[in-house]
Design a protein around this ligand. Sequence first.
Ligand SMILES: [Fe+2]
Length: 361
Amino acid sequence: MRLHSRIARLFTLPAAALLLAACGGAPAPDTGDETSARAGSAPGEVNLYTTREPGLIQPLLDAFTQRTGTRVNTVFVRDGLLERVRAEGERSPADVLMTVDTGNLLDLVDAGITQPVQSAVLAEAIPAHLRGPGGEWFALSLRDRVLYADKDLALEAFSYEELADPLWKGKVCIRSGQHPYNTSLIAAMIAHRGVEATEAWLRGVKANLARKAAGGDRDVARDILAGICEIGIANAYYVGRMKNAEPGSEQHQWGEAIKVIRPIFASVEGGGTHVNISGAAVAAHAPNRDHAVALLEYLVSDEAQSLYARANYEYPVKAGVELDPVVASFGEMRVDALPLADIARHRREASELVDRIGFDN
Ligand SMILES: [Fe+2]
């Protein structure tokens, strides 16, 4: 319905407004006629501030523009998204703020630079534990933290708890405990089981390390290929990138050396696979609020979710969307049921714990 009415509007718009939209120039002049009265809901434009690599999301934005006629002006902000929008204040042109990591999104909300959005489309597409309770932020894709295992290991299932099992002594590889991907995982363990049990667990993991906790996620696959370790923890989407890399390249060899198992929290009820997210929020002073909401709603459409999943090898936030073949080969995902906001609240404790036990030393 919504799409149809938009397309209908596209065809009935006065030519002047269309022209304006096409060149994406200054806002419609205030002539007091019907043209300017409609400008707010015209195809128009929406300003997206994103920390994500432009190449990853551009195909999605192009598809949105093709469908709605709304132009997306992308401002790529590698660092300091929060500070920039805060400094721009009420005059900020930002409509949509897009970033990765629940903690980063919550920081935007806490800084007061977002606004809540009530949208039945977003509420239906995104499970409640993967968005702000009042529509303050929305997950758009999932980044599951999984086990990379030597492809020849006779291993079918795994729990995060097992990482501390002495059975794996000297066989585990992982990056720094202070990296946000790991503090998020450790924070989830704290949210499930408390700090004390998590400390005992993390000490066990530390005792099992094959090498210093350092490097990147792909280095886990590299080091499994090199025989330094047998298992490790890393994000799933890197496997999509490695396995789809040029045959014969180093990356491809690393990817082919491993298999992926999605661990779960086995010691708690409803425990599933830990995910972090990419997500977005509508900016507090969004000048194009309606288009901002329309963009978010588009990003959870089947089309966009499947584009996302195939371009980034991330996991769709919406159920029933077709997966990239490599990601599909990892099997079904049971996402951990804890609300992401609850997990993010334990980030600081997680970081302190990593320091306290000298995990990275
Ligand atoms: Fe990453």
